[in-house]
Design a protein around this ligand. Structure first.
Ligand code: CDP
Ligand code: CDP
Length: 244
């Protein structure tokens, strides 16, 4: 709680472009759903004394806000309200939380409704450019480890290090279910795999900034790796590049 600090990302955001990259370091971690991006990114950030920016949280927050306000992404009303949306970032230890209209939605962001709807919202150019501006602003303030889908390909093309995490979908489903302490029956695993596959399909097939491995990203297959091993590989890549 002691380290919590809100800063506004309002009117001073536009025009920042990638200026922050001249000064601050960026590690980009992309990959499909539940490949271990945000947990690894968070631990790498703590080790290097960087700030972790989970870009998925922005898309989840905008989705949560749209659902709460009965806004469908396919309408002009949605785009109009989006223009007035008050999104701030709040620093909490080594992370940034997203706050919308002074509310931090917290656990609701990871509920089934937001998770089902988020890819539809995330494909909209207006939503993507709003998030991109805020990510650029975050990097102008801090050295960051940023995880998402298009961080290495679009948001920070000049990142100091790009990592692309993958894992078999069955392993990813296991990890997701273990997180929520759900049962691991064959039926549950099948359902979770179907959900992950559907989201990956939507994220890889959209027109704007689809999920892709950047040409200069280093791919790590984490299927048979534990978290410590994944973090150590990323940290050794960071050390090779003299980051941190
Ligand atoms: O943690 P998980 O992999 O389940 O998803 P997330 O990182 O929270 O991202 C939620 C959704 O936001 C993704 O399925 C994408 O539709 C979208 N997203 C995106 O389009 N671009 C990003 N850089 C990050 C997330
Ligand atoms: O951000 P993303 O959706 O890619 O994945 P995550 O939320 O970081 O990871 C999903 C779950 O898998 C978390 O509970 C991690 O602790 C776990 N995990 C794991 O068990 N082994 C790994 N090598 C990586 C992640």
């Amino acid at each position: 709680m002691t380290d919590s600090k809100a800063f506004s990302l309002g009117s001073n955001v536009s025009g920042l472009g990638q200026k922050g990259l001249d000064h601050n370091q960026v590690i980009a971690i992309d990959g499909p759903a539940a490949s271990g991006k945000s947990t690894a990114a968070q631990r790498v950030a703590v080790s290097l004394n960087f700030v972790h920016v989970n870009s998925g949280l922005f898309f989840r927050t905008i989705t949560w806000w749209a659902l709460k306000n009965g806004l469908s992404e396919a309408t002009d009303a949605f785009l109009e309200a989006l223009g007035d949306l008050d999104i701030n970032l709040e620093r909490f230890q080594s992370d940034l939380n997203v706050v919308v209209d002074n509310v931090a939605p917290g656990e609701a962001l990871h509920g089934p409704t937001v998770t089902e709807q988020v890819s539809a919202i995330a494909q909209l150019p207006a939503v993507r450019s709003m998030v991109l501006e805020r990510l650029h602003y975050a990097s102008s303030q801090f050295d960051i480890v940023c995880d998402g889908r298009d961080i290495g390909t679009t948001v920070f093309r000049q990142a100091n290090l790009k990592v692309y995490l993958i894992a078999d979908v069955l392993e990813r489903a296991r990890r997701r279910l273990a997180e929520g302490k759900h049962d691991m029956s064959e039926e549950s695993l099948k359902r979770e795999q179907a959900r992950l596959n559907a989201r990956d399909r939507a994220d890889t097939s959209r027109v704007h900034s689809p999920l892709r491995k950047a040409k200069d990203a280093i791919e790590i297959d984490t299927t048979r790796m534990n978290l410590d091993e994944v973090v150590e590989v990323i940290l050794s890549l960071a050390r090779e590049r003299k980051l941190g």
